[in-house]
Structures are given as structure tokens and as C-alpha cells.
Ligand binder design. Structure first.
Ligand SMILES: Nc1nc2c(ncn2[C@@H]2O[C@H](COP(=O)(O)OP(=O)(O)OP(=O)(O)O)[C@@H](O)[C@H]2O)c(=O)[nH]1
Length: 824
């Protein structure tokens, strides 16, 4: 395997990085007082005896070494302005080092094992940048007096509280604290950034109340007993659920039990709903994974379907989830069966979690033991970040949902688990009274019908209603509180979607009930039910209804007219008089309704484009092909495509024809695996940019100008997304540059999408183009290329050609994006 670095800058005199040094090199001492900036990163240093001889040193980089004891000698570097000590194994920093570093402005201590900071760090009054992320810090009191700090990073520590003083009159402009079990301020406040935190502290009273709230998500296959559990826990006694009563989408309810406020989210178990669940499976929740033991067979397939699928999804999306396994239907099994099945599941879950850790560890070791580990540090970092997450699977509980004592036992168990700080650190929150007041006010507004029953209210109306009730709160404070309530799921306010920015949904269940009108397992039945009168109102014919059903069944495309009729019917059941609401949600022929905007925002569906049979440049035009009039198999104009429901790749294959080994070809590996629904979300994001396109089950072809590109989800030994551009359409160097630009856009979307799965990481390769050669060219520093390639040309070195391990040579620009005239 050949590895390449993106921008290979030449090394400077003071650069001793990546030289496997165990002690400081003698050349360095020779420089003595002349050394101003020394780079010793990526070595094997455990100590740095003699460093104090460099009396004029201003910048010292000791990151990625093996230092466990903070070197006292650093205290002698009185001119020091910048110090990198990140990625070592520091456990403590002694007192009396920092007071002598009066000029220090920049201090990076991230990724160590620090449990506390020395009190005298506050003597470094010049510090403007401090990075303490990825340590084990429990409190930040020693740094509250650093009044010049502009940037402070404390992500992934053990912080329960942030000191109020840190945010008073401070110069802070950047602050990040993700990945801490914070209760003051709660994580959902911190997610809003510095302004939200400052505003929170400004409102927080000395005796602010502590509350216990838990979002509880019920997951598991259809018929597992989720709704039964959910409803029984809600009522406090067994509640039978009819077999025909399948959950559609998600049901939400709120329950108070002994001072704990539970939000129950009951997720439908049928496969049709999995891809919308993604949006609502959020962090900080307690997960109940229901398993029907009566239908559980002790084989791999049953384990995969009932347990493995759900745990893997959680591991990818929220890798530090807390999961309680609940075995239901025990009354329908013998005692021996129950015990055997329980053992079968427990053993496999244990193995699965172990395998996950072992795989990550192996991958990290391979990278570290490779020829040039310094090229892989970013990947190693990513893997180390993932190994820090620990998904907790709690001890199995067995339940007969029809028995009162079993429901009581389950409730006691849940309460004990969520109140145990070791298992579930996120339950307690300290909030200013005004946060509760606003929430109470909203409920009251709904109760008094000052807000419509459906709960959709304009932001301005809501703000003015709330201000009338609490004159101490201004618009800014109220907006921050609303954002907090959105993050904990009490209301929904998608202020990042331009079409929805002005609307607040104070009843999330109403919004979800709208989703259910079109994302449902029995949609064909619902379409069939559309009456002639309903069709007439939309100027549609019965013939069209048949076509909609065929389009939906064959090509996963649903006409916007049909969507409007379905949603209107649902709304009219309760809100027949409210034409304004119906229009807002349903939309019109000219304007998209809020429901579709939401579904598109969540990458659930994609608008199909109009096809005009008279326009040779219309969708059906295919590069280098004689144009033919649209055949009947084109997408219905003015419709939505739900790629998740597609079952084959026939259309894509027809347009793409066959692969050519010389195609531009990139493999983006997603590890540990490609999450469910990932590929289609990527396709939706990419196809909204490039049209025409053809989408299939796990392939998609799109065109940009006269070039064809293919996206393909591949589940070979490793799982990856393949991005190809047809070789035959790359005639000139400009063609190649243009093709890389499109690939860059696709990859940008791919990378932003991966951010939705915290437990995922990716590597990029170009496979060797020679027939039957399995070598590949690995990309490094490609993030730079994605970030800013116009101003910072990506260059993989001066070489015109690259040779794989098996001796196959290809021009560099056919393997990597390369700006031909870029300087190196
Ligand atoms: N005998 C027995 N029946 C149960 C038990 N738990 C659930 N059921 C029944 O099993 C059926 C399915 O239960 P649900 O709670 O609807 O299952 P679900 O997991 O919500 O299913 P979806 O809505 O399809 O996701 C219902 O008829 C329940 O009454 C149990 O422990 N024992």
C-alpha cells in the first residue's frame, strides 16, 4: 500500500517531528538561546531533560509523545508563549510551574489523563487559548480567574457543573463542552453555545430547583410489546394492546413518577419506519429494547433482527447510549426456554460489544504499527475518540406484560437505573425558574386555547403571548428558552429551516402524526381509500389515482397531489374549519407545505424534477446518447421520491451501462459499518444538487454537464461508498478537473452526513486501476481539500505518476484530486 500526504511541506531547521526520538537531540542543545520555536511532536519522548537551556524559546510542541509526568523544567522557559502538550499521558501537573510562565498565551493539554488542574494555573494571566478536552477533569475552578481567555475547550471530561464565574465579564468568544455529564447548565443549554450559557447563568437563582427528566425510547421489532410496556407504565397497570393496533411512526407521552418526569417515545417496530426514527433517536436518552421471547428463535438470524440491528444502530448513532433489555411474553414460554433464550441473547450481546472494542483496537494498532504512523494520526485520533464511548447494556429483565407485579417490577427497575449516576449520569438538571415558567405558560396557552389545538403557532405570536405573562423575559431570553425546550423534545422549533423558521410546534405529537399520514406501512391502502370527491377537489381523475399507486409501488415516488389529499383528509378529521392551517401544512400547487419541507430537511424524500418531452436537455437526456422522447418510465412530475422504498437498480444500470477500470473511482470506507438509511440520505442530499439523476436500491447515477457519476453502496468484506466518474467522458485535463470538483461536492455532503452518527469514522482510498490488482492508494489530509480547495489547492506532491505496490503506474490526477499548476 502506498500512502500519500496531502500538502507535504518542507521541514524547517527546528522541526524534529516524527523522528522516533526518545531523548532530546544534541543539535537542539547546540542552538541554545537561538532556538525560538521547536517542534518535537510525534516522537517517543518520556522526558525532556535539558530543555531549560533553550532560554529564548517562544513555542514548544511536545504533542503526541509519551510524557506521563509534567516536566518541571518547562517552568524555566520564561519566554514561552505557546505550549503544545496534547496527546501525551499526563496525569497531574504540579504547582509552581505556571506562575513563572508569565508570557504564556496558548496552552494545549487535550487528550491526556488529567484529573485536576494546579490551582496556580490562574497566574497565567496572558492565556488566551486553553484546550483541556479529552481529559478526566471534574472541575474547572482553578481557571475561573483567567480573565483574558478567548478560546476554551473542555470537551469530553467528567464535568457535572461549569463555574458561573467563568462566564461573567469574560472575554470568551469560543467555548465547547460537549461530551460531559453536565447538569448545570444541562447539556441542552450548552449545545446552544456561549450566549445560551451566559444567559442561563444570568437567569439562574441561588436556590434554583433540580429536576429529574428522562427521555425514554422504546425500541425493538414489531410485536415486541413496546406499546404495551409504554402504555402499562404510563397507567401503572397492564394495558392490553390489540394485535391490529400497530404503532405508526412514533407515539409520545409524558409521565410523572415519584418526582421523575419521563417522556416516553414509543417507536414503531415495522421496517417502513426505521428511516424516520433516525431523526428522533437522540442522545441523553434511556433506551428500552423490547424483545419478544416467545417468537425469539435461538439462532443468528433471530438475534440479528431482534437485538443486533438495534444495538448496532445505537452504537453508530449514539455510541454512549444506556440500554435496558426487556424480554417480553415470558408467559408464553416455559421457564427453561426463558432462561435459555436469555442466556443466548446475553452471551451474544457481550460478544458483540467485545468485538466492537477489539475491532477498533486492531484498527488503531495497524495504523500505529504501519510504515509511517505519523501520516495516520488523524485516523488514530478518530479511533481513540470512538473507543472512549462505551455503550452500556444493563442486566436483562424478564416481563409478562399482562401481570401487574411485572409492570411494577419494571417501573422500579427503570427508576433505580436512571437514578444511578454511574449508569445514567444525565438525569439531574439545574434550571432557572423561568425555564419552567415558560414551559408551564405554553401548556396553559394551549389549555386556554390561546394557541390553536394543533399547536402550530407563529414565533411572533408565541413570543408576545409569553412576554405578556412574564415581563422580565425579553425576546432573546425567550428564544433561548424555546431552543432549550426544543432540544429536550417538549416543543419543536426548526429555526434552521427557512420555511419553518417562523413556526413553532408546541405539540410535537401533532407534527409526528403528520409524518404518519405519508410515511406508513399501509400507504397503498390509504391511497386506495381516496374518494372520487376528494380527487375532484384537487382536479384529479380516478385514473391518476391508479397511476399514483403504481408509481409508489414501482418507483417509490408519490405524487404531491396524493400527498396533499392524504394530509388534508387527516387534518380535516379534527380541523375542518381551519383552511389556513391546512394550506400551511399541505401546501398548494405553487407552494410547498411545511410537512414536505420537514421531510426533505430530514432527508426522508426528494422532489422529483419536471420532465418535459419537448426539451432535449430535459432529464431524460443522457450524455453522448441520441436523445429519445421520454418513455413511460419517468418519474411523475411534481412528486416526491422516497428512495428507501426502492427495491432494485434497473434504471440506474440502464443509464450507467458498465464500469470501466479506468473510471475515476474513490472508495469512502465507513467504519464500523454503513448505518441503516445512510446511503439514501446521501443520495437525497446529492441529487438535490445535481439533476438529472436516477436512483435505485443501492446505486444512484447523476449527471453534471456531460459527465456521468455513480454512487454505489457496497457491502463487500468492508463496507464503503463508491464514487465513480465515467472514464470515457474525461477527454481533457479540464474534464478531469471538473469531475474532481463534482466528486468534492459529493464528498462534502457525505462528510457532513457522517456527523449525524457519532460512532462512525471514515477513510478514503483510490483503488489501483489495473485489472485484478487489489492494491490501493490511501488519501491523507483530504479534509483540507474538502474545506477550501479553491484557495488552497490540494496537491499530492510533484510526481506526475504514482505506482502501486504491484508496479501499476497511473497519472496522479486520475487517482487523486490534483491542481496541475499548484505549488508544492
Ligand atoms: N401474552 C403476552 N402478550 C403480550 C405481552 N407483551 C405484549 N403482548 C401482546 O403482544 C401484541 C403486540 O404488542 P405491542 O405492544 O403492540 O407491540 P409493539 O412492539 O408496540 O409493536 P409495533 O407497534 O408493531 O411496533 C399485543 O397484542 C400485546 O397485547 C406479554 O408479555 N405477554
Amino acid at each position: 500500500m502506498l500512502t500519500l500526504n496531502g500538502n507535504q511541506n518542507g521541514k524547517k531547521d527546528d522541526d524534529f517531528s516524527g523522528k522516533k526520538l526518545k531523548t532530546l537531540p544534541t543539535e537542539l542543545f547546540k542552538r541554545g538561546g537561538d532556538a525560538v520555536k521547536v517542534d518535537l511532536q510525534r516522537n517517543r519522548l518520556k522526558q525532556i531533560s535539558g530543555i531549560s537551556q533553550l532560554t529564548n524559546l517562544k513555542e514548544l510542541n511536545l504533542s503526541r509523545n509519551e510524557i506521563t509526568d509534567f516536566p518541571l523544567e518547562i517552568g524555566g522557559l520564561r519566554q514561552l508563549e505557546k505550549l503544545y502538550m496534547n496527546q501525551n499521558s499526563l496525569k497531574t501537573i504540579p504547582e509552581n510551574v505556571f506562575p513563572s510562565l508569565g508570557k504564556l498565551q496558548f496552552l494545549k493539554l487535550s487528550t491526556n489523563r488529567l484529573e485536576k488542574l494546579p490551582i496556580d494555573v490562574n497566574k497565567c494571566q496572558g492565556l488566551t487559548y486553553l484546550n483541556l478536552s479529552n481529559n478526566c477533569l471534574k472541575n474547572l475552578d482553578p481557571i475561573v480567574d483567567l480573565s483574558h481567555l478567548k478560546e476554551l475547550y473542555v470537551e469530553r471530561n467528567q464535568l457535572y457543573e461549569l463555574p458561573d464565574k467563568l462566564f461573567q465579564n469574560s472575554s470568551l468568544t469560543q467555548f465547547k463542552a460537549n461530551g460531559n455529564p453536565l447538569r448545570k447548565p444541562p447539556v441542552e443549554v450548552c449545545a446552544g453555545g456561549l450566549r445560551d450559557i451566559q444567559s442561563y447563568f444570568s437567569m439562574l437563582e441561588a436556590n434554583a430547583p433540580h429536576v429529574y427528566t428522562v427521555k425514554t425510547m422504546f425500541l425493538g421489532n414489531s410485536m415486541a410489546g413496546k406499546s404495551t410496556l409504554c402504555r402499562s407504565l404510563e397507567k401503572g397497570c397492564p394495558v392490553p394492546v390489540e394485535e391490529a393496533d400497530r404503532t405508526v411512526g412514533i407515539d409520545i407521552s409524558e409521565v410523572d413518577r415519584d418526582g421523575i418526569r419521563f417522556f416516553f417515545w414509543d417507536f414503531a417496530g415495522q421496517e417502513e419506519y426505521y428511516f424516520t426514527h433516525h431523526v428522533f433517536i437522540t442522545a441523553q436518552a434511556f433506551v428500552i429494547l423490547a424483545i419478544n421471547l416467545a417468537s425469539y428463535n435461538m439462532d443468528d438470524q433471530s438475534f440479528k433482527k431482534n437485538v443486533d440491528f438495534w444495538i448496532k444502530n445505537l452504537q453508530l448513532k449514539i455510541p454512549d447510549s444506556v440500554v435496558l433489555l426487556v424480554g417480553t411474553h415470558v408467559d408464553q414460554c416455559t421457564e427453561t426456554e426463558v432462561n435459555e433464550k436469555k442466556k443466548h441473547i446475553e452471551e451474544r450481546v457481550k460478544k458483540m460489544l467485545e468485538n466492537h472494542t477489539v475491532t477498533l483496537e486492531l484498527r488503531r494498532k495497524n495504523l500505529q504499527d504501519g510504515d509511517n504512523p505519523s501520516l495516520n494520526y488523524d485516523q488514530i485520533d478518530q479511533i481513540e475518540r470512538l473507543t472512549e464511548y462505551k455503550l452500556k447494556v444493563l442486566e436483562f429483565i424478564l416481563i409478562d406484560c399482562t401481570k401487574q407485579e411485572d409492570i411494577d417490577r419494571l417501573l422500579t427497575r427503570i427508576k433505580n437505573d436512571v437514578l444511578n449516576k454511574d449508569t445514567f449520569p444525565n438525569i439531574e438538571k439545574t434550571l432557572p425558574m423561568s425555564y419552567y415558567d415558560v414551559e408551564k405558560d405554553i401548556y396553559e396557552l394551549v389549555r386556554n386555547e390561546d394557541i390553536p389545538k394543533h399547536g402550530i403557532v407563529s414565533q411572533n405570536v408565541l413570543l408576545s403571548e409569553l412576554k405578556n405573562r412574564r415581563d422580565t423575559l425579553d425576546d432573546d431570553k425567550l428564544k433561548l428558552i424555546l431552543q432549550y425546550l426544543h432540544r429536550i423534545g417538549v416543543i419543536m422549533w426548526y429555526k434552521e429551516i427557512p420555511e419553518l423558521e417562523g413556526s413553532v410546534f408546541v405539540k410535537p405529537s401533532f407534527l409526528i402524526s403528520l409524518f404518519k399520514t405519508i410515511v406508513r406501512h399501509d400507504l397503498v391502502q390509504e391511497l386506495n381509500k381516496i374518494s372520487a370527491t376528494q380527487l375532484r377537489l384537487e382536479n384529479a381523475l380516478v385514473k391518476q389515482k391508479k397511476r399514483w399507486i403504481c408509481d409508489y409501488k414501482d418507483r417509490a415516488s408519490l405524487s404531491n397531489v396524493a400527498i396533499r389529499i392524504l394530509v388534508r383528509t387527516e387534518l380535516e378529521k379534527n380541523y375542518s374549519q381551519d383552511e389556513e392551517l391546512i394550506e400551511e401544512v399541505v401546501g398548494t400547487k405553487k407552494k410547498e407545505g411545511s410537512l414536505l419541507s420537514l421531510l426533505k430537511h430530514f432527508d426522508v424524500c426528494l422532489s422529483t424534477k419536471h420532465n418535459s418531452p419537448l426539451n432535449p436537455k430535459a432529464n431524460e437526456f443522457c450524455p453522448k446518447k441520441l436523445w429519445m422522447a421520454s418513455n413511460p418510465i419517468v418519474y411523475e412530475p411534481d412528486a416526491c421520491l422516497f428512495p428507501n422504498y426502492l427495491s432494485d437498480n434497473e434504471q440506474v444500470k440502464l443509464k450507467w451501462e458498465s464500469d470501466d477500470t479506468e473510471d475515476l473511482n474513490i472508495h469512502v470506507f465507513l467504519l464500523p459499518e454503513i448505518p441503516h438509511g445512510f446511503f439514501h440520505r446521501l443520495v437525497i442530499r446529492t441529487c438535490s444538487l445535481y439533476s438529472p439523476y436516477w436512483i435505485g436500491k443501492d446505486q444512484c447515477m447523476l449527471c453534471s454537464g456531460n459527465k456521468r457519476f455513480l454512487l454505489r453502496e457496497r457491502h463487500d468484506d468492508d463496507q464503503f461508498i463508491e464514487i465513480r466518474c465515467k472514464d470515457s467522458e474525461l477527454e481533457t485535463p479540464e474534464d478531469i478537473q471538473k469531475a474532481w470538483r463534482v466528486i468534492r461536492e459529493i464528498m462534502k455532503r457525505l462528510i457532513t452526513l457522517t456527523e449525524q452518527w457519532q460512532g462512525l469514522y471514515q477513510t478514503v482510498h483510490s483503488p489501483c486501476k489495473a485489472q485484478d490488482c487489489d492494491d490501493y492508494f490511501e488519501w491523507n489530509d483530504w479534509q483540507e481539500w474538502l474545506e477550501d480547495s479553491e484557495t488552497n489547492p490540494f496537491n499530492v506532491g510533484l510526481e506526475e505518476n504514482h505506482t502501486c505496490c504491484n508496479g501499476h503506474i497511473r497519472r496522479t490526477e486520475l487517482l487523486f484530486p490534483r491542481t496541475p499548476d499548484a505549488e508544492t
